[in-house]
Design a binder for this molecule. Structure first.
Ligand code: PLP
Length: 479
């Protein structure tokens, strides 16, 4: 059916409406003197938006949607165009306020960097640097040398290499040490993390052959032992980042696996996922082996992310025996996975902070948010609640309540950090509130629980409270 015939007003009325749509050139002419047209909006963008808006009107008329002659007058058309130009002219990649309470939020940028790291990154960006230049000899240097020594000092490893992310780290290690050979892994550790990273798939890409052993809940040393053949190239342990097997379970200790590897001349690798340099059990989280402990257990190669619990930039860190790291460095894949100068600048700066654990805990945002005492979060929540009550007391109930934050990033699933939230029972639907908060110039992301809206203040910085309050107030007062 042709759209014209569905027009309730009939073909003729439709035709008249179409003729009333302003011309592109006329719109552009009138926009030229318009004070609310963003001064920095490029002409190409404005022209594109004018065409889009006029085309939308045309389609609406043809589809028989209600379009009044007023909708086609300049004031109305120009207002639509200006709103759309403003929307399209702002950056697509934007700051948001994370009030979800998920600290390492993969969708919201994972780890935040401390100021010191940002200064280094800024410098790396707008000044020349010794990225690959050895200032002692005046010859070409290696970018990795800038962080290798620090990584070794901090962890006790013999050698280190950094690639783009931990997924790349796992891939290059397997490709170097086990291509065409069998890699023995426990069935309970065949992890899928988000974004289609699955151990069996990565293994297949690396050219290594997966040999799974044991049962989902229990794997014993003899399972690894029985699977050893002439074809075995590596024993692999994978951290069950985002799930836990509970109940009747057992996995083989690093020490036992290392001893088995030694007896048979086989390397042992561990993909730690979210490697951490600090024991976080004192903040109420489960005891996880630190990177230093894993290195000390004798594991030959360890890989982990730079931007999970480490709290640094996106990177994949590989630690291990010198002879193996040297082989990995020479793999041509290494060139394809190499980190850029921003990562390097940020990473070095983070690693330096770890030289003093207390400093790391207080300045690296990921660690500071994990270790923040609940009283501190409570004070922040009360500050927000006070501001909101001043403006919104008659519109909705505002309370400060206990809630649970999560570490996130696939680290420490099922574990909570006691936190405080500002809770709103708004006079509009919570799903509408969620949508409005998300669509502001400074978007705010929170949680919905039991038909109420939760702002978990563990992931909101002290200097964001004022902005957060203004966004919430303008959304609720304006709607
Ligand atoms: C997160 C994770 C990865 C991937 O790390 P990225 O840095 O996100 O690439 C690999 N393995 C495990 C076990 C993980 O938890």
């Amino acid at each position: 059916m042709a759209p014209e015939h569905t027009t309730p007003a009939g073909g003729k009325a439709c035709h008249q409406l179409l003729r009333r749509i302003p011309k592109v050139d006329e719109c552009l002419l009138r926009l030229a003197g318009e004070p609310s047209l963003p001064a920095d909006a490029p002409m190409t963008l404005v022209t594109k938006v004018v065409r889009q808006v006029l085309d939308t009107l045309r389609q609406a008329i043809l589809a028989g949607e209600v379009v009044t002659p007023d909708d086609l007058e300049f004031p109305s058309v120009l207002a639509r165009i200006l709103k759309e130009v403003q929307r399209q002219n702002r950056s697509r990649f934007r700051r948001v306020i994370n009030a979800t309470g998920v600290i390492i939020h993969t969708n919201l940028g994972r780890s935040l960097l401390p100021r010191a790291a940002m200064e280094q990154i800024q410098q790396a960006g707008c000044r020349y640097s010794n990225l690959e230049f050895d200032l002692d000899t005046g010859r070409r240097g290696s970018r990795y040398a800038l962080v290798e020594e620090l990584l070794c000092d901090l962890t006790g490893a013999e050698a280190a290499l950094v690639v783009n992310n931990n997924a790349a780290a796992v891939l290059i290690v397997l490709e170097t040490l086990a291509r065409g050979k069998e890699v023995i892994v426990s069935r309970g550790q065949l992890v899928e993390i988000g974004g289609s990273f699955r151990i069996p798939d990565v293994m297949a890409r690396s050219g290594a052959l997966l040999k799974e052993v044991g049962a989902t809940n229990r794997t014993h040393l003899r399972d690894y032992e029985n699977a050893l053949t002439e074809e075995t190239g590596l024993l692999l342990k994978v951290h069950c980042s985002n799930y836990r097997i509970i109940g009747f379970t057992s996995q083989v200790s690093n020490e036992d696996l290392v001893a088995l590897g030694r007896r048979h001349g086989l390397p042992v690798m561990e993909d730690l996922g979210s490697g951490c340099f600090v024991d976080l059990s004192r903040f109420g989280l489960m005891k996880e082996p630190t990177v230093q402990e894993v290195v000390a257990s004798g594991i030959d190669v360890v890989t982990f992310s730079g931007d999970k619990l480490l709290g640094g930039p996106q990177a994949g860190i590989i630690l291990g025996r010198r002879q193996m790291i040297d082989r990995i460095k020479k793999n041509p894949l290494n060139r394809a996975m190499r980190i850029d100068k921003f990562t390097l600048a940020g990473l070095e700066s983070i690693l330096r902070l770890y030289l003093d654990e207390q400093k790391a805990l207080s300045t690296i945002p990921t660690l500071a948010m994990i270790s923040a005492p609940v009283e501190q979060v409570d004070r922040r929540a009360k500050r927000l609640a006070r501001r909101l009550r001043k403006e919104l007391a008659d519109r909705c109930r505002i309370t400060v309540e206990e809630t649970m934050s999560r570490v996130g990033g696939g680290a420490m699933p099922e574990q909570n950090l006691v936190s405080r939230a500002v809770v709103l029972a708004p006079d509009i639907s919570v799903s509408r509130l969620e949508q409005l908060l998300r669509q502001q110039d400074l978007p705010v992301i929170g949680r919905i629980e039991d038909d109420r809206f939760i702002f978990d203040m563990r992931t909101v910085a002290d200097d964001e409270v004022v902005d957060l309050a203004s966004v919430i107030i303008s959304v609720l007062v304006g709607n």
